[in-house]
Write a protein that binds this ligand. Structure first.
Ligand SMILES: Cc1ncc(COP(=O)(O)O)c(C=O)c1O
Length: 461
């Protein structure tokens, strides 16, 4: 990961290009504008989730096939958004389609376990080397239940999390994310800040943030909390941050976290909602070789159906098994989702599929690095497995503080507009990354690089 000595970019030029590209995108999407006006009458903000908002209107999608999606205006895109990283299998994969078709006429919901749930559990146990599994319907449900299991197991209330890291939309984890730079505060003693209205302070105060890539600061905080009688039940973290672009763990960091949490009897939860199944067969747990006590999955697990899972050691999951923690849900292990997950895990996300993703990601990362070098841009390309991004920053980003201090928000927005106007569907916002699917080819990743090259040339012309 080379950090180049960057050129000084002309901010006025960025502004001009942004205005030009915004106008172009608006002109290309009149039917989305129309749909927005209609949607606004019945959906708050015209969308199904606030993460789908965009001014002046969202781009409404119609269908997807393999690596491509089409919006309601008929614009075709290579999909690098992939449903926030859920569609690593590509859209409408024929193997998953068949599994869903086979399951539907047999009934899709009993609220009783089926064989597919067992098969999926066996495969997840093999991939993540964790023996006991339960299901949910989303990433938020997975992290919510994992935290409850850790609290039940330890009999403690406090939760440690990484400052700036996203783990879903329930109260325990909507804490200290999206914070402005001047409110981050002292890294030895980061504040617990609720994200948005409606989160009781009494609840957010139970969640204590610590910096990523700094095991020393984490241990000192644990010691202070223990001295106050607030020893944490768990640390919930992504082994590689996937919601600040991508921030990889520094060498030795995850091993130190494992050692410290074990020594203090704190349950280590790897939130693999994004990394699980997308950066290796066994997610970050396999890729980085550090074994957590619990993992949380969702997104890619269901191959496009809303399915999540929690995996854990015998010991920690014993509180579910003995009935002291209720891990429940009407749709948990839904047969349709389980049929899709089974087909995806056994017949789609094969060892060859992961080799393909690794090779393609190397190609797109190398292409992006060459563009950065050629134009001496302030940034670097970073990625792992199917995921990657160009981080627009003159400095290497290692945690939330460096992200907020150095990441170039305006360039992120411009890059998104360039992509959308040139047939590359990408996640909006500065925190996200691309996710390749197994149906992507050299052609699709080369299109991404060509678009980046065009923006770089325009910026430095
Ligand atoms: C790391 C991580 N955990 C949890 C979640 C929450 O998942 P969901 O949106 O399915 O509730 C997300 C969603 O982006 C995530 O990125």
């Amino acid at each position: 990961m080379a950090v180049t000595a960057p050129v000084q970019l002309d901010r006025k030029r960025i502004q001009e290009l942004t205005e030009r590209e915004e106008k172009r995108l608006n002109e290309r999407t009149p039917k989305s504008a129309q749909m927005y006006r209609r949607a606004h009458d019945v959906l708050s903000g015209g969308v199904a989730s606030s993460y789908q908002l965009r001014a002046p209107w969202p781009i409404y999608m119609e269908y997807g096939r393999g690596p491509e999606v089409w919006d309601v205006d008929g614009n075709r895109y290579f999909d690098f958004h992939n449903g926030f990283g859920s569609m690593v299998q590509g859209h409408a994969h024929p193997v998953i389609e068949q599994a869903v078709r086979d399951r539907y006429p047999l009934g899709t919901h009993f609220a009783a376990p089926t064989e597919d749930a067992v098969v999926v559990g066996e495969e997840l146990a093999r991939r993540f080397r964790l023996p006991k599994w339960r299901y949910t319907n989303s990433g938020s449900e997975s992290t919510m239940d994992a935290i409850r299991i850790a609290r039940g197991y330890t009999g403690r209330d406090t939760v440690l999390k990484i400052f700036g890291s996203y783990h879903g939309h329930h109260d325990a984890v909507m804490v200290s994310i999206g914070v402005e730079y001047d409110r981050i505060g002292d890294r030895e003693n980061y504040p617990s800040l609720p994200y948005g209205a409606g989160i009781p302070k009494a609840v957010s105060d139970l969640t204590v943030p610590v910096p990523f890539n700094d095991a020393g600061a984490m241990e000192r905080r644990i010691e202070r909390l223990a001295a106050e009688g607030r020893k944490p039940a768990c640390l919930i973290m992504e082994a590689a941050l996937m919601n600040l672009g991508i921030v990889l763990p520094e060498p030795g960091y995850l091993e130190a976290v494992r050692e410290i949490t074990k020594r203090h009897g704190i349950v280590l939860i790897f939130d693999e909602v994004k990394t699980g199944l997308t950066i290796a067969a066994g997610g970050a747990t396999e890729r980085f070789g550090v074994q957590p006590d619990l993992v949380t999955l969702a997104k890619a697990l269901g191959g496009g159906l809303p399915t999540g899972a929690i995996g854990g050691s015998e010991e920690v999951m014993s509180v579910v098994e003995d009935g002291s923690v209720y891990q429940v849900g009407t749709y948990n292990g839904n047969p349709l989702g389980m049929a899709a997950a089974r087909a995806s895990l056994l017949d789609v996300l094969t060892p060859e599929a992961y080799e393909h993703l690794d090779r393609l990601n190397e190609r797109i990362l190398a292409g992006c690095r060459a563009v950065v070098e050629r134009h001496n841009l302030p940034g670097y390309a970073v990625g792992v497995g199917s995921k990657g991004c160009v981080t627009f920053s003159p400095e290497k980003i290692v945690d939330y503080e460096t992200f907020k201090a150095h990441q170039d928000k305006e360039l992120c927005q411009l890059a998104w507009l360039y992509n959308m106007n040139r047939g590359i569907f990408m996640t909006p916002g500065r925190e996200e990354e691309w996710t390749l699917s197994i149906t992507h080819t050299d052609e699709s990743v080369d299109a991404y690089v060509a678009c980046f090259e065009e923006m770089a040339a325009d910026l430095t012309a």
